[in-house]
Design a protein around this ligand. Structure first.
Ligand code: BJW
Ligand code: ZN
Length: 252
């Protein structure tokens, strides 16, 4: 493993632009369940029953309660060493982007600055009729809530069959197509169009590093696969990078 990490650090030392693409696995060590792992959210609940607009219209009480439950967990947990390592690495690059599929806000809370949120953010809600925005703070409704106009209030997240926020996706694609090193961290990389991000990076000539506890569809395309927990591997990479960067600075 350490030899592979050194190879990654070699690439980082000559990189001008870095992208870190993340999924639910990066937040698993904070205590947020992933979707598709064996103890993931969708072993008990079917995505098609919860994560799409028709499901919401059919059963707004259930979907609202499910998001309240998850928002409460997200408020109770803290960013982990993986999120902090990513935020620390950003300080060393002028062009650095975190592109996340997560809605949990943990990258921002850890200090990441240039962040693209492809699947929205659980902190925001809006009325499906008049689009008025709502911040529910620490209120966790256990059934559907309505706007003053009578419309249902939904979380500002991207469900199946919905378009990704255009500005976020466009910015992310641009960063992916122009980066020198791309990390894909804690994602099964099966949900599109988000999963195009590491593919675009690789096709545009970037060095692709996957960090995941398991093999994914992306593994065979990656230049380096680091199998394990992101909260353990990312801090080692960043420490090694800082050590080598300092040595370089001393030499020059
Ligand atoms: C660790 C770890 C540790 C664990 N350390 N690793 C092309 C082909 C086929 C289908 C499509 C296609 N293009 C579009 C589609 C349809 C669909 C899609 O992709 N379906 C596939 C699943 C088949 N896509 C869409 O519908 C998208 N919209 C769209 O395409 O719009 C255009 C359109 C419009 C109109 C009509 C038709 C098309 C929207 C997708 C929205 C996804 N939304 C969700 C829910 C968000 C809100 C919420 O959170 O509730 O986003 S689904 C869910 O999956 C969530 C996640 O962001 C996303 C990705 O999951 P992620 O993060 O990868 O999690 P897991 O659980 O899958 O993986 C965790 C990984 O971590 C595992 O690999 C573990 O091993 C690892 N791990 N612990 C390191 N400690
Ligand atoms: Zn309204």
């Amino acid at each position: 493993m350490i030899e592979l990490i050194k190879k990654v650090v070699d690439k980082l030392l000559i990189a001008n632009s870095v992208v870190v693409f993340t999924g639910a696995g990066v937040s698993a060590e904070s205590g947020i369940p992933t979707f598709r792992d064996k103890d993931g959210l969708w072993q008990k609940l079917k995505p098609e029953e919860l994560a799409n607009f028709n499901a919401f219209l059919r059963n707004p009480d259930l979907v609202t309660e499910w998001y309240s439950h998850r928002r409460k967990i997200m408020h109770e947990v803290k960013p982990n060493s993986g999120h902090y390592a990513i935020a620390e690495l950003e300080k060393y690059f002028e062009r650095f982007a975190v592109i996340t599929q997560n809605i949990d806000n943990l990258h921002r809370r850890a200090g990441s600055k240039n962040l693209f949120e492809l699947h929205g953010n659980i902190e925001r809600n809006y009325c499906i009729k008049c689009k008025k925005q709502y911040d529910l703070g620490d209120i966790y409704p256990d059934k559907a809530i309505y706007c003053e106009c009578g419309g249902l209030i939904r979380p500002d997240v991207v469900w199946f069959g919905e378009m990704l926020p255009e500005d976020q996706f466009e910015g992310a694609v641009k960063a992916a197509k122009t980066c020198d090193v791309c990390f894909s961290v804690g994602t099964s990389a099966v949900v599109f169009p988000a999963a195009y991000i590491p593919i675009y990076a690789k096709q545009s000539g970037a060095f692709l590093v996957e960090i995941n506890q398991n093999q994914t569809d992306l593994s065979q395309m990656a230049d380096v696969v680091l199998q394990g927990k992101s909260g353990e591997i990312l801090p080692i990479i960043v420490e090694e990078f800082k050590k080598r960067k300092n040595q370089e600075l001393k030499r020059n």
